[in-house]
Ligand binder design. Structure first.
Ligand SMILES: Cc1cc2nc3c(=O)[nH]c(=O)nc-3n(C[C@H](O)[C@H](O)[C@H](O)COP(=O)(O)OP(=O)(O)OC[C@H]3O[C@@H](n4cnc5c(N)ncnc54)[C@H](O)[C@@H]3O)c2cc1C
Length: 368
């Protein structure tokens, strides 16, 4: 089969891009080493933190705002195409400040965000308890970001895969990419464990594996940042917001499952759960709430966030004609999927330049 575009990696970034390209009339093949969505994209918590988590204004903050603006329509589209509900809801994020420095940092963040016209509310501890009764730990105050949202990223990945197939995307699972083929300065295709495949455009969406063990022709300093997660059974409606603190966060799915995270660790591709990691998460949860601490344990897992040296994604063209990169989304890949798909689809089809400057996200920033 001849493809117009080969997308490397079947995580949320690769699938979102493939779906978008297919809707724009391109023949797209996604090559995935394992199963679609089986890595970071389903390990995540699904918190869409476009404000709460961003310490300063700038290009990354703007990228997150654009992503958040696209989300409701993207979700509606995927739900319609797939017939699946993805558990998107915009009840906001509640950040709990335990110390004076944490409170001051959030005060500063709230200040510049309000000057930009965004909503941030400071809640007294009494208000926190009234609006989020499960929180009974000792905190100084809460910061509510009412326009933030969350999504069930496992269901989102299922919906995305169905929508992509319906749009005409071909998925090749259990197909590991070994090398990118380059001829005369332009991309010619890829070599996989199952043979070669040619296409004039190849997009690297390999997440934490983007540098392909050094085999990718452009240096990509992406490494895995391990995150451990725990799941508990809770009664429905126990937690209303995505509740976050410096030590732990918790979100509740529609079926009552409570997801509690997470660590950020440099442990290579060691997908293990450690006593230290789980203990840190549980200590943070216990500090947040005694009500939650008595919930029944269900399961635990770990995943790899694709991290770059400056924690920003790498988006755009490489010096090899036809070869593109969309990776390094670190803690925000679920949030950034629709904007990444839109920008990269425009670039790779040469149909449109993004309406904002992609230079801060270029691979070139690591050359100095
Ligand atoms: C514990 C945890 C919590 C998180 N919470 C959030 C959150 O609340 N909100 C948020 O926005 N983000 C969150 N993230 C981050 C988010 O999950 C990632 O940024 C996002 O999933 C990255 O998507 P991706 O498609 O780039 O990577 P992945 O989902 O990892 O996909 C990359 C794919 O490439 C495949 N692959 C690798 N090598 C090859 C090869 N040689 N050939 C073919 N295929 C290959 C892999 O098998 C994998 O399926 C979290 C991450 C973790 C781990």
């Amino acid at each position: 089969m001849r493809a117009d575009v080969i997308v490397l990696g079947g995580g949320i970034i690769g699938c979102a891009l493939a779906e978008e390209l297919s809707r724009r009339g391109r023949r797209v093949v996604v090559l995935e080493r394992g199963a679609i969505g089986a890595e970071a994209s389903t390990a995540a918590a699904g918190i869409l933190a476009a404000q709460m988590d961003i310490p300063q204004p700038g290009p990354f903050f703007e990228l997150c705002q654009r992503a958040r603006a696209l989300y409701p329509q993207w979700v509606r589209h995927l739900e319609r195409r797939s017939g699946l509900s993805v558990g998107y809801h915009g009840d906001g994020i509640l950040y709990l400040a335990a110390t004076a420095p944490e409170e001051a940092a959030m005060e500063a963040r709230a200040g510049w965000q309000r000057r930009l016209g965004l909503r941030v509310e400071r809640w007294t501890i009494r208000e926190v308890r009234r609006r989020e009764p499960a929180v009974d730990g000792r905190f100084r105050c809460g910061w509510h970001f009412p326009t933030e949202a969350q999504v069930d990223n496992v269901r989102l990945m299922q919906a995305l895969a169905v929508a992509a197939r319906k749009a005409g995307v071909t998925f090749r699972e259990r197909t590991a990419v070994r090398r990118v083929l380059v001829r005369g300065g332009r991309v010619a295709g890829v070599a996989t464990a199952r043979g070669r495949m040619s296409a004039p455009v190849v997009v690297n969406c390999l997440g934490s594996w983007a540098n392909m063990g050094g085999a990718f022709p452009v240096p990509l300093p992406v490494e895995p940042a391990r995150g451990q997660m725990l799941a508990f059974r809770g009664s429905r409606g126990l937690v209303r917001h995505a509740v976050m603190s410096e030590r732990a966060y918790v979100v509740q799915r529609r079926d009552g499952r409570l997801l509690v995270g997470s660590t950020i660790e440099r442990a290579g591709f060691e997908k293990t759960l450690t006593l230290e990691g789980m203990h840190a998460i549980l200590a943070g949860l216990r500090r947040m709430s005694t009500a939650l601490a008595s919930c029944c344990f269900l399961e635990a897992w770990a995943g790899f966030r694709p991290r770059t040296p400056d924690d920003l994604p790498i988006l755009g063209q490489t010096p090899i004609e036809g070869l593109y990169v969309a990776t390094g989304h670190f803690r925000h890949g679920i949030l950034l999927a629709p904007i990444t798909a839109r920008v990269m689809a425009g670039l790779t089809t040469l149909a449109e330049q993004p309406s904002f400057d992609l230079a801060p996200f270029s691979w070139k920033r690591f050359l100095d």
